[in-house]
Structure formats: C-alpha cells, structure tokens
Design a binder for this molecule. Structure first.
Ligand code: V0V
Length: 144
C-alpha cells in the first residue's frame, strides 16, 4: 500500500536558519511552508530544483511549544532525523491493516497533515525505532 517515500522529517530549533542551511549547502528550495497548530509545528517542505511533483521532500519541523512532539524530541535527542513518511492512497485502510498486524498506530483516526493531507503514525517502538508517518495526500494535490 506504500506508493512512495513522501518525505523525511528533521527536527530543527529554528526554521528560518534551517531553510537557509539547506539552501546554501544543498541548493534545496522551499516548496511549501505552513503552521500546524494541532501538531505544534511550524514547518517547511523542501525539494531539489526541477523535481516538482515527483520528488521525495525534506520536511523541516520547528516547535511552536516546548510540550509539542518536536519540542520534546529536541529536548531529548537534539536536532536531527525525527520521522520517515510513506505515501499511501488510503490512510484509513493502511492504518487498519497495520493495526490488524499488531502495530500500534498513534491516532484512533487520521489527523490533518501538511497541505490538507491526512496522516497517522506508527509508534517508533513498533517500527524498528523509526517514527513512521503514513500520508494520504489531499485529492486535489497529487504530489502532497
Ligand atoms: C520518541 N521516540 C522516538 C521518537 N520520538 N524514536 C524514534 N523517533 C522519534 N521521533 C522514542 C523515545 O526515545 C522513547 O524511547 C519512546 O520512543 C517513547 O517516547 P516517549 O518519550 O514516551 O514519548 P514522547 O512523548 O517522546 O512521544 C513520542 C511520540 C510523539 C512518537 C509518541 O513524538 C508523537 O506523538 N509523534 C507523532 C506526531 C509528531 O511527530 N508530530 C510532529 C510532526 P525510550 O527512551 O523509551 O527507549 S507533524 C507532521 O509530521 C506533519 C504535520 C506532516 O508531516 O504533515
């Protein structure tokens, strides 16, 4: 049911500084930026130039609050890789299938992710120490 590697998420203390770092050193450009109050993040999606629509993106995640998922991650582990996101065509079906296989999903029902996607997460302890996100892109936005 995984159709692509959607993005890899990096926890950062300062979003603007991290965007500049990835631009200056790797030439990545900002494809999208938003604030997700529910998740407690200010985030940016980056891509390599000329890859729009097909690319795996880098998601920079900065905390809005210390008690958010990213705030806690930074306090415990410092900046670094925080999540791996698989694209799926139906997040409800994917979550149900994985639950059936005994994996813990973090949310009972999918929540809103980047660009009106629908997302859920597999507990990192059930996925080899990796926080795996499942992303169902919004229907009007094939890439994300
Ligand atoms: C925690 N652990 C991790 C981890 N976070 N392991 C790998 N990767 C991570 N990111 C480990 C932690 O070290 C503990 O291991 C264990 O899991 C349980 O951690 P905890 O301290 O009990 O729990 P918390 O409070 O740190 O919470 C961890 C979870 C939390 C994963 C439950 O971060 C969460 O709810 N994440 C889902 C939402 C999220 O990440 N939102 C921000 C991105 P030991 O020490 O016991 O061995 S928002 C987003 O991605 C959007 C909007 C989008 O993509 O569209």
């Amino acid at each position: 049911f995984v159709t692509a590697i959607d993005h890899v998420g990096i926890a950062v203390p300062d979003l603007d500084a991290a965007i500049e770092f990835h631009r200056a050193h790797f030439g990545l450009e900002v494809a999208h930026e938003e604030v997700n109050e529910e998740q407690g993040v200010r985030e940016a999606m980056l891509r390599a130039p000329g890859t729009a629509g097909t690319e795996t993106q880098i998601q920079l995640l900065a905390p809005l609050r210390d008690d958010s998922a990213i705030g806690k991650f930074l306090a415990k582990s410092g900046p670094g890789l925080q999540q791996l996101a698989y694209r799926v065509s139906d997040v409800d079906a994917a979550s149900a299938a994985l639950r059936e296989q005994g994996l813990r999903l973090l949310y009972e029902a999918a929540k809103r992710g980047t660009s009106n996607s629908r997302v859920n997460f597999i507990h990192p302890k059930d996925a080899g120490g990796v926080l795996v996100e499942l992303v169902e892109p919004a229907k009007d936005n094939a890439a994300h």
